[in-house]
Design a protein around this ligand. Structure first.
Ligand SMILES: *Cc1c(COP(=O)(O)O)cnc(C)c1O
Length: 423
């Protein structure tokens, strides 16, 4: 399928007059349509809730849009919990799915009434010692180990992942938690990342549903929700078939009716914690070509770099690139598209076939709406870019300003350097 930007060249030329590149641009219309489709796909389940994985795109404007569609927040750290709380997400609309959790984060999560999803058996004790009790509602993260396969193809390797309880620990953990006063239980698992297949959730659901039926039988615990977590992917490459959330919802419904309903568990709520699927395609990184360099290869240097979007440098991830205004030109040039870090892996694309790029051309780097801006960092003293929302009415709103040198130097307040800084 041809990948097209959600913004036209004409509109983007207007936006860059108002806001300098580079910046992350988000598509309000796309976000809303997708959030609505997710809600509808799981409407068959009375308690369904998507807890948006805040780490993917921790922006209050975007979280508030998702909230309109019934989404909660899935948090993994103190600042994410603080953000969710400040936006008035209420207690059980906040899931705290963390790992290697510092004590003060459990304290804060408990204080705001978030649902605590324990990553490890030893955290039962740690939590009780830290907050002085076991919450009434508690969830545990399950890791079945081994390889996770869908019809013989290996999706991921949970046996090699640091997360979750083993099956034995899960059963033992539930018994202990019940003895210690927990009343309502949840089970969570995240077994594969960026899955571009409609079978991931249904396959994971079957594994979890079967465990839950056993757990119920063996421990008598009142299991109220099953959290399928994140991992639903997006087609970063043009030849990938996008997931169909309606088919995914139907697939989960089918196993729900096969496994949970006959076991008397038809009231269990399905929760999800999608990040990438909720926002990935509805954000892009907009950057300008500022240099062309021809040595042993042909390079286009742009004004964004890996600090604005780390996935290509970190995982060799593919992000599609559109040269704006040249959408229909033939791709008869081969470029490495680079940023300015003193790191040779600072390349958004390597040997990419693209139309001829001229200095000043705008490049749209697709699918940066999740795990894009949020993975940003400050190496080489680079500053984080702005985030802009392309609203449904066609206007552009600044939803986070770009960092300034003053922000970068702010943590040197102990050195009293800011007064001498011309910024
Ligand atoms: C990262 C993460 C998610 C979101 O993952 P996506 O791949 O963005 O869907 C959900 N839950 C937990 C616990 C995570 O760590």
């Amino acid at each position: 399928m041809k990948k097209e930007p959600f913004v036209s060249n004409e509109k983007l030329q207007e936006i860059v007059k108002q806001f300098p590149t580079p910046f992350h641009l988000y598509d309000e219309k796309g976000i809303r349509e997708n959030a609505k489709a997710v809600k509808e796909a799981f409407a068959w389940n009375k308690g369904f809730k998507e807890y948006f994985a805040v780490k993917a795109t921790p922006n209050p404007f975007l979280l508030n849009i998702l909230k309109e569609y019934g989404c909660g927040c899935d948090c993994s750290s103190m600042t994410e919990l603080m953000l969710a709380d400040a936006l008035h997400f209420q207690g059980e609309d906040i899931m705290f799915s963390s790992n290697d959790t510092p004590a003060e984060e459990f304290v804060y999560a408990d204080k705001i009434g978030a649902i605590i999803n324990l990553d490890d058996f030893t955290h039962i004790d740690f939590l009780e010692k830290t907050i002085g009790h076991i919450p009434e509602t508690i969830s545990c993260r399950f890791n079945p180990g081994g390889l996770f396969k869908i019809s013989n193809s290996i999706m991921d390797n949970p046996g090699d992942a640091k997360y979750g309880f083993t099956k034995e620990q899960l059963f033992e953990g539930f018994k202990i938690l019940k003895e210690k006063g927990a009343r309502y239980f949840g089970v969570h698992a995240f077994l594969a990342s960026n899955t571009v297949t409609n079978d991931y959730y249904p396959t994971l659901a079957k594994t979890l549903f079967e465990v839950v039926v056993e757990l119920k039988k063996e421990t008598g615990c009142d299991i109220r929700f099953i959290n399928l977590s994140g991992g639903v992917g997006i087609p970063y490459k043009p030849d990938q078939e996008p997931n169909d959330i309606r088919a995914i919802g139907e697939g989960v419904k089918k196993v729900f009716e096969e496994v949970l309903v006959p076991a008397g568990l038809g009231d269990v709520a399905i929760y999800t914690e999608m990040g990438r699927f909720m926002l990935g395609p509805y954000g892009c990184l907009v950057t300008k070509a500022i240099h062309e360099k021809n040595t042993y290869k042909n390079y286009i240097g742009c004004d964004a770099c890996a600090v604005n979007l780390m996935r290509p440098a970190m995982y060799g991830a593919y992000h599609h690139i559109t040269v704006m205004g040249k959408e229909n030109d033939v791709c008869d040039h081969t470029y490495d598209i680079t940023g300015s870090l003193c790191e040779n892996n600072d390349k958004f694309a390597i040997d990419r076939r693209l139309p001829k790029i001229d200095i000043g051309d705008l490049l749209v780097i697709h699918d940066a709406g999740a795990h894009g801006f949020s993975m940003g960092y400050n190496y080489n003293g680079k500053l984080r870019s702005a985030e802009i929302l392309l609203k449904e009415d066609g206007s552009a709103e600044l939803i986070r300003r770009a960092e300034t040198p003053r922000d970068y130097f702010a943590t040197f307040d102990c050195f009293d350097i800011l007064k001498d800084m011309k910024c």
